[in-house]
Design a protein around this ligand. Structure first.
Ligand SMILES: [Zn+2]
Length: 228
């Protein structure tokens, strides 16, 4: 099955995955990689189909700064030396002292849920909306019912179990023709986490009873967004 040739409702292709604006209003459409390339260091596996969503140019440019911030916050070591685990994040912070200061400030202030900071949250929602739009073929534009961004070491065992589990989506099927539908059909025995790059960026999307996007970065920084 070639995921590029889906027979989903093409009307969904007319909306920006992030803000829901419609191309017919004369707004320029562009494509955005999800995850953004700044989240991944080094080469990816050959043949990887990097997920791409259609978005409006204003969203693409205004949200870029928030996604850079999130990439750097996630890559920053929260303990002690503040050394980034990502060459790309390190370079971004070398180029911008403002970005670097913000990353350090966030980790210094509160190591728990970083999504309480509006700039981090915007980056988180961009990623989550991008994954949701790609897999479900429709934009998820509402405010989320739950959002979290933070290190594994600051969450409970119980939460971590729920985070890693695919079970909450079994038994209910997504829209026929969507990528999520094919994912169910093709790999029902091994549903679950999708690797963009092992140990750097893995994600899981589930759609019932709620749309939930989970991302594990560097196996230690978690993003989690739910729309009930
Ligand atoms: Zn937009």
């Amino acid at each position: 099955m070639d995921p590029k040739h889906l027979f989903y409702d093409e009307r969904h292709d007319t909306w920006c995955s992030y803000c829901g604006c419609n191309w017919s209003a004369g707004i320029e459409a562009t494509r955005d990689h999800i995850p953004p390339r700044c989240f991944i260091d080094g080469p990816v596996e050959q043949g990887l189909q990097w997920p791409v969503v259609k978005v409006c140019r204003p969203c693409n440019s205004t949200l870029a700064g928030y996604e850079n911030l999130l990439a750097c916050v996630a890559a920053a070591t929260p303990f002690g030396d503040g050394v980034s685990q990502s060459d790309k994040a390190t370079k971004m912070m070398e180029r911008s002292s403002k970005l670097k200061d913000r990353v350090h400030w966030i980790w210094d202030q509160w190591p728990g849920d970083h999504s309480k900071y509006d700039d981090v949250l915007r980056g988180v929602l961009k990623i989550a909306r991008g994954h949701a739009a790609y897999w479900l073929n429709e934009p998820v534009l509402d405010e989320p019912d739950f959002a979290f961004a933070g290190a594994v070491s600051f969450v409970s065992e119980e939460y971590l179990k729920s985070f890693a589990s695919f079970e909450d989506s079994m038994g209910v099927y997504p829209e026929i023709g969507s990528r999520a539908f094919f994912m169910t059909g093709e790999s029902a025995s091994q549903p679950g986490w999708i690797e963009i790059k092992k140990g750097q960026y893995e994600y899981l999307i589930t759609w019932s009873p709620a749309v939930r996007v989970r991302v594990a970065m560097y196996c230690r920084y978690l993003l989690d967004v739910t729309w009930a």
